[in-house]
Design a protein around this ligand. Structure first.
Ligand code: B12
Ligand code: SF4
Length: 470
C-alpha cells in the first residue's frame, strides 16, 4: 500500500514566518513511517519545504496514496482538516487519519466528514494496526485501541491504549526526510539539527501544560544502549531532545553522558530542563556540558512565587535564579520560556520583563498564557474563552479577554521582545557566529533576519486583530 504522511504547514502569518526560522524534522511521522515502512511504500511530504498546498496536491495526484496521515499542534488543527479535505477531493476512497497533541486532547474537533480516524496519543502501534486493517480491506477499526472513529456526524472512541515503553518503539526512519534534512534546524540551537526522543513525561503538574497528562503522569525513559545505538545513526551535528524534562533520572542521565563521551559521539546537545533539576543537580549539568550540552529551554514562566503557585508550578523564583547561575557556570545557553497572563496590568508586564532581564536569560521566549485543550487551565477557563478559531491558539494571541485594552496588551507583549532582544539575543548570536565559517555566517544572517520577520508579522497581526467576532 502507498502511505502519505504529511507534515502540515498552517497558513497563518505567525506560523508561516516561524516555519522559516524554527523548522524541525517531523519526528512523529518518521516514527510512524518506521512502524510500517518495511511492508509498504511510505512517503513523507513536508509542506513547509515542499510546495505547500500545491506540493500536497501534486503529490496526492502522482503518488496516489491509499492512506493519508497527518497531525499537529492546536494552531495547526485547521490545516490538518484541510489536508484531509484535499486528500478526499483527490481520491474519495483514501483513508484519512489524524493524530498528534491536538487530536489527543480534542478528538471531537476532528469529527469531520473528510477525516476517517483520529489517533489518540502515541501512534506507532495504533497506526500499524490501522494500516494492516486497511490492507485487509476491512472497514471495521473498532478493535484497534486508542483511536476515535468518525461515522457520519458521530464519533466513537475505542478502548484506551496503554502508553508504549519507549524502548519498544522502532528508531524513527530519518531516510524519509533525507531530501530536505539539510533544512532542519534553528539558527540559535544549530543550523543542522535532528530531534531525538529520550524521555517522556514530567513530575510537574502545571495547570497550563498538557504534557504530564499525555504521559499519564508517568516519566518514561530509554536505555543508554538504545540511545547510543540511535545516536550513531544520526548525521546532524546538533541534536535536540524532545522531552518535557530530560534529566530527571540522575543515575541514567549520568550514565548516558558518560557513554556519549566514551563512544566519542561528538554531538552538540540541546534539551528542556526544569529549573529545580538544574539548580539541585549542578554535577549533572557539568557532566552533560562535558558530553556536549550547549542549549536548554527552562520554564521560568513568572516573576513571583505567588504567580507560579497559581499555575501549580512546583519550581520557584529561587530555583530560577540558581538554575541560571549553574547554566552560566557551565557555559550552557538558556532559552527561557515566560508567559504573560491575559489579566496582566502594565506593571505586571514590566515586572516580568525586568525579572527576565535580571536573570540574564540568553534567549527569551515570551508567550501569552493559553488554556490549551487537555489542561487544568482549559477546564478552569472554558466559560471565558472568546476566541474559538484554533488558528489563533498559537500562544501568541489572547483567547480569553485581556484586562488591558487588547491593543495595549499586544503592544506590551511586543515591547517585551524589543526590550530583551538587544542586550542578550544579539550577544548570543555574536558568540555563536564567532565559531562559524564565512559561508555558515551568511546563512546565519538569514536566521537573524528570519527572527525579525517573525516579530514583524506578529506585530502586523496584532495591529490588525480587533478581537474575536462579536
Ligand atoms: C519538541 C517540541 C517542539 C519543538 C519542535 C516542534 C515541531 N512540531 O516541529 C519546537 C521547540 C520547535 C516547538 C515549537 C512549538 N511548540 Co512545541 N513541543 C515540543 C514537545 C516538547 C515535544 C514534541 C515531540 O516532538 N514529541 C515527540 C513525538 C515523536 O511525539 P508526538 O509529536 O506527540 O507524536 C506522536 C503522537 O502524537 C502520535 N502522532 C503524531 N502525529 C500523528 C499523525 C498520525 C497520522 C498518527 C496516526 C499519529 C500521530 O504518534 C506520534 C509518535 O508516537 C511538545 C510536548 C509534547 N509532550 O508533545 C511541545 C508542544 C507540542 N509544543 C507546543 C507548542 C504550543 C509549540 C509552539 C506553537 C510554540 C510557539 N508559539 O512557538 C511551537 C510550534 C511548533 C510547530 N508546530 O511548528 C505545545 C502544543 C500544545 C497544543 N495543543 O497546541 C506542546 C504540547 C507543549 C506544551 N506542553 O504545551 N515545540
Ligand atoms: S514543569 Fe514543564 S513539562 Fe513539567 S508539567 Fe510543568 S510545564 Fe509541563
Amino acid at each position: 500500500m502507498r502511505i502519505l504522511l504529511v507534515r502540515v504547514a498552517a497558513d497563518t502569518r505567525y506560523m508561516s514566518a516561524m516555519y522559516e526560522v524554527v523548522r524541525m524534522e517531523p519526528l512523529s511521522l518518521e516514527y510512524l513511517g518506521a512502524a510500517v515502512g518495511d511492508d509498504h511504500d511510505v512517503k513523507v511530504l513536508d509542506m513547509r519545504l515542499e510546495g505547500g498546498w500545491e506540493g500536497l496536491r501534486s503529490t496526492l495526484e502522482s503518488f496516489e496514496p491509499d492512506i493519508v496521515g497527518t497531525g499537529g499542534d492546536t494552531c495547526e488543527a485547521n490545516a490538518c482538516k484541510r489536508v484531509a479535505c484535499l486528500a478526499k477531493e483527490t481520491n474519495p476512497s483514501v483513508l484519512t487519519v489524524v493524530g498528534g497533541i491536538h487530536a489527543t486532547f480534542c478528538p471531537e474537533d476532528f469529527r469531520h466528514p473528510h477525516i476517517d480516524l483520529v489517533c489518540i496519543n502515541e501512534g506507532v502501534f495504533a497506526f500499524k494496526e490501522i494500516v494492516e486493517q486497511h490492507e485487509r480491506r476491512s472497514k471495521d477499526f473498532s478493535q484497534i485501541d486508542g483511536i476515535a472513529i468518525n461515522e457520519g456526524s458521530t464519533q466513537h472512541r475505542t478502548e484506551e491504549r496503554p502508553l508504549s515503553d519507549l524502548n519498544s518503539l522502532p528508531f524513527p526512519d530519518r531516510s524519509l526526510t533525507q531530501r530536505v534534512r539539510d533544512k532542519y534546524g534553528f539558527s540559535l540551537w544549530g543550523k543542522h539539527l535532528a530531534l531525538m526522543r529520550y524521555t517522556q513525561g514530567c513530575v510537574g503538574r502545571c495547570d497550563f501544560c498538557p504534557s504530564w497528562k499525555q504521559s499519564g503522569g508517568r516519566y518514561l525513559r530509554r536505555t543508554v544502549e538504545s540511545m547510543i545505538e540511535e545516536l550513531k545513526t544520526i548525521q546532524e551535528p546538533y541534536i535536540y531532545f524532545v522531552c518535557e524534562e530530560s534529566l530527571l533520572d540522575t543515575e541514567l542521565s549520568l550514565a548516558l553522558a558518560k557513554a556519549i563521551q566514551e563512544e566519542r559521539i561528538g554531538k552538540h546537545f540541546g534539551m528542556p530542563l526544569r529549573a529545580d533539576t538544574v539548580a539541585n543537580k549542578p554535577q549533572l549539568i557539568e557532566a552533560w556540558a562535558e558530553a556536549g550540552l550547549e542549549d536548554t529551554i527552562v520554564g521560568i514562566e513568572q516573576a513571583s512565587d505567588e504567580h507560579l503557585d497559581e499555575r501549580d508550578k512546583t519550581t520557584n523564583v529561587k530555583d530560577n535564579i540558581e538554575a541560571m547561575k549553574v547554566l552560566k557556570a557551565n557555559k550552557v545557553a538558556c532559552t527561557g520560556s515566560m508567559f504573560f497572563r491575559p489579566d496582566f496590568s502594565k506593571e505586571q508586564f514590566d515586572q516580568l520583563v525586568e525579572h527576565t532581564i535580571a536573570l540574564e536569560i540568553d534567549c527569551p521566549q515570551y508567550f501569552i498564557l493559553t488554556p490549551i485543550p487537555g489542561t487544568k487551565l482549559f477546564d478552569k477557563s472554558r466559560d471565558h474563552i472568546v476566541e474559538h478559531n484554533f488558528d489563533l491558539w498559537d500562544f501568541n494571541h489572547a483567547v480569553i479577554p485581556t484586562q488591558l485594552p487588547l491593543k495595549q496588551f499586544y503592544e506590551e507583549y511586543m515591547n517585551a521582545y524589543r526590550t530583551h532582544l538587544e542586550p542578550f539575543v544579539v550577544e548570543l548570536y555574536k558568540k555563536k557566529m564567532a565559531q562559524l565559517t564565512q559561508e555558515e555566517l551568511s546563512q546565519e544572517m538569514d536566521g537573524l533576519l528570519g527572527f525579525r520577520r517573525v516579530f514583524g508579522t506578529l506585530h502586523e497581526d496584532h495591529e490588525e486583530y480587533a478581537g474575536p467576532p462579536a
